[in-house]
Design a protein. Structure first.
Length: 109
């Protein structure tokens, strides 16, 4: 690929670290993100809360995520993208899950 060509593989998963005010709550926040074209789901976890803000770890999944549109909607609601922590892109779905599922068993001692 030369300098004039751009990568056209669609972004399918983004993991972001977000700082946002308490309002809107994460339910309304996630609904607004899922209204963006090509976004199928938003998995949001609040990992820190202070007097005025919440820190979120957010996994966005879709078939061709437009990061600029996503960032615009986040900022429109008072949020800020602190970091992009993971990206999965490509022309076909990833067979490597972005989360690990562990089966737990109760063990008697």
């Amino acid at each position: 690929m030369n300098e004039d060509e751009s990568c056209t593989s669609p972004v399918r998963v983004l993991v972001l670290d977000i700082l946002k005010p308490h309002k809107p709550n994460i339910v309304e926040f996630s609904k607004s993100l899922c209204n963006i074209e090509h976004i199928d789901s938003a998995d949001i976890t609040v990992y820190a809360v202070d007097e005025k803000t919440e820190s979120l770890k957010m996994t966005i999944e879709g078939d061709d995520i437009d990061f600029d549109k996503l960032k615009f909607v986040i900022e429109e609601q008072g949020g800020a993208v602190h970091s992009i922590d993971k990206v999965i892109s490509g022309k076909r779905p990833s067979y490597h899950s972005h989360t690990t599922k562990v089966k737990s068993e109760q063990v008697s001692i």
